[in-house]
Ligand binder design. Structure first.
Ligand code: SF4
Ligand code: ZN
Length: 307
């Protein structure tokens, strides 16, 4: 009869096929948190003394990450990016405020309308660029800004193993070697960018879902109204199928990539893209541009309203 790996109980068991183990619901958080701690330690992401900025969207991944860090004695500094996508953003913000409050953590907010004068829907209307393309660039920049404001040298995001596998897979389909060279759980700081880490890179979507479920966390379930079906959703489905016939295929694919291919590509593309300061906001942008992509979007919004 199967028994829990930790306490030996044979009730309320969860089967973790890819690890070939069973754990009971009570011991599951212990198992999950151990995986995350292992990722943090093995990759020297940060120590318990360091302030770690955590981008919390209200989704399961970032809230799971915040709980692990708070429960395991790390020093997380959560922040929320208010994108002005109503009523979705208001709802997500309320959940994040409640959760951080219950953990006794102060929450900082980057409010796009206050900082830049418009939310994602207005920028998308004015520029006619797909909202997710704008949003991706805005969030990347806001995360870097917030980490620095919160006096953190490290920024942690909730990307999990399924996200990483889908990203690598998509870039393999296009043989986008430059992107693959930069794909790893820790991106070192430099040229105005803070260190970026992904402490959930060893755990799957399902394992995160289980953690959230066992702890009874309230997370944002609805989809962003601006979301278009991303290709990554299809890739994740393909990988779920592969995993159902080949145990631990996701981890084998991603860890193999990190060991065998990524270092070679990093060496090959070590000529780093040089970054310069944006003349408007001071954030890093690629050499040759006067203003960054995000400032460019908001310039277009301004021009569209003055025309
Ligand atoms: Fe932003 Fe697109 Fe995600 Fe909505 S679905 S939050 S617009 S990236
Ligand atoms: Zn700028």
């Amino acid at each position: 009869m199967p028994r829990c790996l930790k306490c030996g109980k044979s009730r309320d068991l969860i089967k973790l096929e890819r690890h070939r183990i069973w754990v009971c619901r009570e011991c599951y958080p212990w198992f999950f948190e151990k995986q995350v701690e292992r990722a943090i330690e093995e990759k020297n992401m940060f120590t318990r003394d360091e302030r770690v900025a955590v981008a919390v969207s209200g989704g399961k991944d970032s809230l799971a990450l915040l709980h692990v860090l708070a429960r395991k004695g790390y020093n997380p500094k959560p922040f929320f990016i208010d994108l002005g996508i109503e009523p979705y953003t208001r709802h997500a913000r309320k959940i994040v405020e409640d959760v951080t409050g219950s953990l006794g953590l102060e929450l900082e907010v980057y409010d796009l309308k206050k900082e830049r004068g418009a939310g994602i829907p207005e920028v998308a209307r004015a520029t006619r660029i797909p909202p997710c393309s704008i949003c991706g660039a805005v969030k990347r920049q806001a995360m870097n800004i917030m980490a620095k404001r919160l006096e953190c040298n490290v920024l942690a995001t909730g990307h999990n193993l399924d996200d990483e596998v889908a990203f690598v897979f998509s870039n393999v389909i296009d043989w986008n070697l430059e992107q693959l060279a930069r794909q790893k759980p820790v991106l070192e700081p430099g040229q105005g960018m803070v260190k970026k880490v992904k402490p959930l890179y060893r755990v799957t979507d399902r394992e995160v879902e289980l953690y959230v479920d066992v702890l009874g966390l309230n997370v944002v379930k609805e989809e962003c109204p601006l979301s278009r079906k991303a290709k990554s959703v299809d890739y994740k489905r393909v990988w779920d199928e592969i995993e159902s016939t080949r145990r631990n295929a996701k981890w084998s694919f991603y860890s193999g990539f990190l060991k065998r291919l990524q270092p070679v590509l990093e060496e090959r593309f070590q000529e780093k893209v040089r970054l310069v300061e944006c003349e408007k906001c001071g954030e890093p942008t690629t050499e040759g541009r006067k203003i960054c992509l995000v400032c460019g979007f908001f310039e277009r919004v301004k021009n569209s309203t003055t025309q």
